[in-house]
Design a protein around this ligand. Structure first.
Ligand SMILES: Cc1cc2nc3c(=O)[nH]c(=O)nc-3n(C[C@H](O)[C@H](O)[C@H](O)COP(=O)(O)OP(=O)(O)OC[C@H]3O[C@@H](n4cnc5c(N)ncnc54)[C@H](O)[C@@H]3O)c2cc1C
Length: 256
């Protein structure tokens, strides 16, 4: 079954056209599709590859002793609420991290020193259950290129409400204007935001897109921003940072 999704409304950066997206309801062969989650990290081009997304049959949370088995389509917000209601620890950072479980795992998403791989036990990728140690992962990186259907998390007792408040407070210096989160990964030496600021692009705008005045590593849609504005700004920052610092800025945003 296909569902028409208007990415200008659906994606967090509010860019993209309307496309028919295959809704996955069972494990199968989806190699010809670009898998998407809740589109919080995506920049959808005018001509994207055919897309597929986990449907409602992958929206479940099951508790079995010290483990939580979660369908890949469950949102971070739902998982956080479940953990809170059942007094389970380790999921507090989900309160401030938008996405669905499949997307969060594929990106090894995280906040500061916390990342989702810290709490993963096993992952069902393409119908095969893999131990987390068999999946190559690093800062905002995994080698997963197939569909994540289900994730088994290890749990600890006791949801820590103070941690939730701490994670939410970390967002205080970030813009609320539509974005896809951090535009670039932080290089080892300097933060991407610092580098963008140093090359004079903080607040710089092309069309409806700009590097945020509040946090330079957020490429924000000020209203009416389009794909080509975003790409021009991305190339500009990469070129200037390469010239002035000899550092290659690597995209965290996924372009489809
Ligand atoms: C305001 C804001 C703040 C953010 N802050 C942070 C932050 O602090 N830290 C951080 O890490 N991220 C942050 N992000 C980015 C985003 O939250 C993460 O990248 C998240 O993992 C995206 O999940 P998603 O479901 O929206 O995935 P999408 O954006 O839809 O997809 C992201 C990637 O995941 C893949 N993917 C999605 N679902 C599956 C699946 N089932 N199987 C296989 N691959 C899949 C896609 O192919 C794509 O490569 C932020 C985003 C926003 C808008």
């Amino acid at each position: 079954m296909f569902k028409t999704i208007n990415f200008q409304k659906y994606s967090s950066i509010k860019i993209g056209g309307s496309h028919d997206v295959l809704m996955i309801d069972k494990i199968g062969d989806y190699k010809d599709y670009q898998i998407i989650g809740d589109a919080n990290n995506l920049l959808v081009s005018p001509r994207p590859k055919p897309m597929a997304k986990l449907g409602d049959s992958f929206k479940y949370i099951k508790q079995d002793g010290d483990f939580l088995t979660v369908g890949g389509a469950i949102s971070s917000g739902k998982l956080n609420t479940y953990a809170k209601n059942h007094d389970i620890g380790g999921f507090e950072f989900m309160a401030a991290l938008p996405g669905c479980v499949g997307g969060l795992v594929a990106m090894n998403a995280g906040l500061k020193q916390f990342e989702i791989f810290d709490i993963i036990h096993k992952v069902n990728i393409d119908g095969q259950v893999l131990d987390k140690n068999d999946i190559i992962h690093d800062y905002r990186y995994t080698d997963i290129s197939a569909v994540i259907y289900e994730v088994v998390f290890g749990t600890t007792k006791g949801y820590d409400i103070d941690k939730t408040a701490m994670f939410k407070a970390m967002r205080a210096n970030q813009p609320t204007t539509p974005s896809a989160g951090s535009c670039f990964k932080n290089p080892a030496s300097y933060s991407a935001g610092y580098l963008i600021e140093q090359v004079g692009l903080k607040g710089f705008r092309i069309g409806g897109m700009a590097y945020s005045q509040i946090h330079a590593n957020f490429l924000v849609n000020m209203g009416g921003g389009v794909y080509h504005d975003a790409i021009e700004l991305i190339k500009m920052a990469q070129q200037k940072v390469k010239e002035q610092f000899d550092i290659k800025l690597e995209l965290e945003i996924q372009i489809i």
